[in-house]
Design a protein around this ligand. Structure first.
Ligand code: GDP
Ligand code: FE
Ligand code: FE
Length: 203
């Protein structure tokens, strides 16, 4: 239907159909379906909140592009590109966004730093997040197949108050990590401090 639209060259040098083919090859059937659901939610949110709908489509589709890559691939990129060596103390959960954005840039040709930042921040957030980055962060959290306690409140906030929605997810992710004795990536804590106290009245 709209599959064969050519995206703007300065965002990605592929048609949507070509991008879908690459994602189909890189991802399991389940995760390929997930990124398409995230795309749809992100495009709806971009219309609602006045962000670039085409960028939301690309970022939504590409956000988990690297999720199934072996650890060695991420470690090689961290070293080659001299990314923060602290990254080596974490794993796929952190790498597939922060490091995965480099693979999206190099392998899919995405040049837009706005899209790349949204992918970098989609798991750990950011102190400063563009509207697009906030939308991808939230669309990933509330896409229709997500089912966890609190998802309805997160969906409500995504209708009315995007900043509060970001704060809500950040707070609940940190609670979950602590409850499960998981390591917290430093940016996740910085994101908490930047968003949760600011929106405390809306949570
Ligand atoms: P997905 O890729 O669609 O499954 O979703 P995400 O990219 O948002 O999340 C990947 C995983 O990373 C989730 O299970 C989060 O709980 C986890 N996560 C988020 N922040 C942190 C963190 O600071 N440290 C660790 N260890 N895991 C985190
Ligand atoms: Fe992810
Ligand atoms: Fe995801």
């Amino acid at each position: 239907m709209t599959d064969n639209i050519q995206y703007h060259e300065h965002l990605i040098p592929l048609t949507r159909e070509q991008l879908l083919n690459k994602l189909d090859n890189a991802l399991s059937a389940g995760r390929f379906a997930h990124v398409q659901r995230v795309e749809k939610v992100a495009m709806d949110m971009a219309k609602r909140f006045g962000a670039d709908v085409e960028a939301a489509s690309i970022a939504g589709l590409c956000h988990d592009y690297a999720k199934q890559r072996p650890d060695e691939d991420f470690i090689a990129v961290i070293k080659q590109k001299k990314l923060d060596p602290e990254l080596l103390n974490y794993g796929n959960a952190i790498w597939h966004g922060v490091v995965g954005a480099e693979m999206v840039k190099d392998e899919l040709g995405v040049q837009s730093e706005d899209i790349l930042d949204a992918i970098r921040q989609h798991t750990v957030g950011g102190t400063y997040m563009t509207k697009l980055a906030q939308i991808i962060y939230m669309a990933d959290y509330i896409e229709p197949a997500r089912d966890f306690e609190g998802v309805d409140r997160a969906r409500e906030l995504c209708q009315s108050n995007l900043g509060a929605a970001v704060a809500y997810q950040t707070k609940h992710t940190l609670e979950y990590l602590i409850e499960n004795n998981q390591p917290v990536y430093p940016q996740t804590l910085l994101t908490y401090n930047a968003w949760v106290p600011q929106y405390r009245k809306d949570l």
